[in-house]
Design a protein around this ligand. Structure first.
Ligand SMILES: Cc1cc2nc3c(=O)[nH]c(=O)nc-3n(C[C@H](O)[C@H](O)[C@H](O)COP(=O)(O)OP(=O)(O)OC[C@H]3O[C@@H](n4cnc5c(N)ncnc54)[C@H](O)[C@@H]3O)c2cc1C
Length: 507
């Protein structure tokens, strides 16, 4: 069997590992951290359970596909619970919108702010449907954009639909009320993009949510990580944790092995799920990199980071739904502070994840498990998080308690943990401590994004947020399919196994 080294165990890495192991390769995952999952890790403390990163599960059909690629059924591994509404969005004036996938409920919600906007709801979704069809139904998201011709074929359709305009200006054409413009344009922020320049191909995320729902994995997103891990191990894959890869060995322009804890391990191919800019810069000697030399990497625009607080409280806050957004008065200027000026603004918008609203087992009885996510600049702004963290955390807690009205919040805290941009850098090897890798802008999308098959080194492949199509669980699962196709094209299909063989492998 051909041996593959897979560097990193984020969702993209796990999905690629499953797909390739199921195709008959012998895959070993090397993960730097003690736990698998990458950004989707878990903290358990004093009876509270926190997902550290992704909390919204969209496009469950893409998760099903990973199980199907190995002849299994998602239902045998995981319990997915649909959420309704998807989010509650609190605006700075105290009003709120419950955002759901139900057209009639949404129109009724929107009519409270502007009846004309409510009438535009169907038109908005009809307008975006062709993009959705291209990326999801026709599978462009799962195709590696290795040749500019692939891009050229898609471009006329995207241009005709306005798909290259920024998401915000696309949405603005449909809705007048600023609150609706926010509600349908903020989604790029979920994948590290600015709504004011991410191409409106990403305006199809609301369609993805509406068509396939927003879900929660019982026990938290980490249940999905454990399900993938279990499936991979059942297929005969190997996982080595606390195993940081220090180098990708390149001979005659081809990846031939890796160095882990000082040990050189020869392999037939390397798939990297580590952050692409970081991996090129730190794991591959400059002599082997023509396209992705240090200069090219330094020119990349890197997405924002996040300041995260994991909070366990003895008191519950029912005005918070499972997913809640609390917004500042500023939108465009706040995004500019974070993405372009790289400064920590005085105001903030935030996202709160409160899984106890759906699954009481995430906290002791009567208590609340939540995390607060505040988008902040990446480390290029020079913010020193070691000194900044206590002050910034206090500011956020004061805001939530005194301005937003979470009475008694601070005196009821049992558990308080942080994850800062510096942690993204040191714990996850994220270039500039970014939460979402390379920013999804037009000049860094599809063909212009680092390819799933390395442009510089044969038998080196990338999977995850920094390659095509991009960040987010759906994005990195699609990237696993794209990367699998590159590996199969280059290295052959290993020893393909039939579904029955795959099923008996568990016995
Ligand atoms: C706070 C937060 C909230 C999010 N919320 C959502 C959400 O609700 N829904 C959604 O769909 N998406 C969400 N996302 C985005 C989504 O989580 C990520 O895009 C996705 O999980 C990234 O997966 P990945 O495959 O790129 O791998 P990553 O999760 O980035 O994992 C990469 C792995 O590689 C390992 N590694 C790096 N270097 C080495 C090395 N040298 N040797 C060995 N191992 C190495 C790292 O330790 C890590 O485990 C969120 C992201 C964040 C940060």
């Amino acid at each position: 069997m051909k041996q593959l080294a897979l560097i990193g165990s984020g969702f993209g890495g796990l999905a690629a590992a499953i797909r390739l192991q199921a195709r008959g390769f012998q895959v070993t995952i090397f993960e730097k951290r003690t736990m698998v999952g990458g950004r989707a890790s878990q903290i358990k403390k004093e009876g509270y359970t926190f997902d550290t990163g992704p909390s919204l599960i969209t496009a469950p059909f893409l998760i099903k596909e990973v199980f199907l690629s190995a002849g299994r059924r998602l239902e045998d591994y995981l319990d997915l619970i649909p959420l309704d509404p998807f989010y509650r969005i609190y605006f700075h004036d105290g009003s709120h919108l419950d955002y759901s996938g139900d057209s009639e409920k949404m129109k009724a919600e929107m009519a409270r702010f502007d009846p004309d906007d409510a009438k535009q709801y169907d038109r908005f979704f009809a307008g975006i449907q062709p993009i959705y069809d291209s990326v999801i139904t026709e599978g462009l998201g799962a195709k590696p954009f290795l040749r500019w011709q692939t891009m050229a074929r898609f471009a006329p359709k995207a241009i005709a639909l306005g798909g290259f305009r920024p998401v915000y200006s696309y949405v603005k054409r449909y809705f007048k009320d600023e609150r609706h413009r926010f509600a349908f344009s903020f989604h790029p922020l979920f994948v590290g993009g600015s709504p004011f320049r991410t191409p409106s191909i990403y305006a199809m995320i609301p369609s993805l949510e509406r068509n396939a729902g927003v879900w929660f994995a019982r026990g938290g997103t980490y249940s999905l990580v454990k399900a993938f891990e279990r499936l991979f191990l059942e297929l005969g894959g190997t996982i080595r944790t606390d195993a940081e890869v220090q180098e990708i060995i390149v001979r005659d322009g081809q990846a031939t092995g890796i160095v882990v804890n000082g040990e050189a391990i020869p392999v037939d191919g390397v798939v990297s799920n580590g952050d692409v800019p970081w991996v090129y810069k730190h794991l591959i000697k400059p002599a082997h990199r023509r396209r992705w030399n240090d200069k090219a990497i330094d020119k990349l625009k890197i997405s924002m980071s996040c300041f995260l607080m994991y909070i366990g409280t003895r008191r519950q806050y029912p005005n918070l739904l499972h997913h809640t957004l609390i917004l500042s008065r500023r939108y465009r200027e706040l995004v500019k502070d974070i993405f372009d000026r790289h400064i920590l603004p005085d105001d903030f918008s935030m996202y709160l994840h409160v899984p106890t609203r759906t699954d009481a087992s995430m906290a002791p009885a009567g208590c609340e498990s939540m995390y607060v996510l505040v988008p902040v600049p990446h480390l290029g702004g020079g913010i020193d998080w070691k000194t900044k963290t206590p002050m910034y955390a206090r500011k956020i807690l004061d805001f939530l308690e005194h301005d937003f009205g979470m009475e008694g919040l601070q005196e009821n805290i049992d558990v308080l943990e942080f994850f800062t941009p510096e942690d993204f850098g040191t714990r996850l090897n994220a270039h500039l401590g970014s939460a979402f890798s390379i920013e999804p802008r037009l000049t860094q999308s599809a063909y212009f994004r680092p390819h799933n098959r390395s442009e510089d080194i044969k038998r080196l492949y990338f999977v995850g947020a920094g390659t095509h199509p991009g960040a987010g669980i759906p994005g990195v699962l699609l990237s696993a399919a794209a990367t699998e196709s590159c590996v199969l094209e280059d290295l052959g299909a290993g020893t393909p196994r039939s579904t029955s063989q795959l099923q008996t492998a568990t016995a």
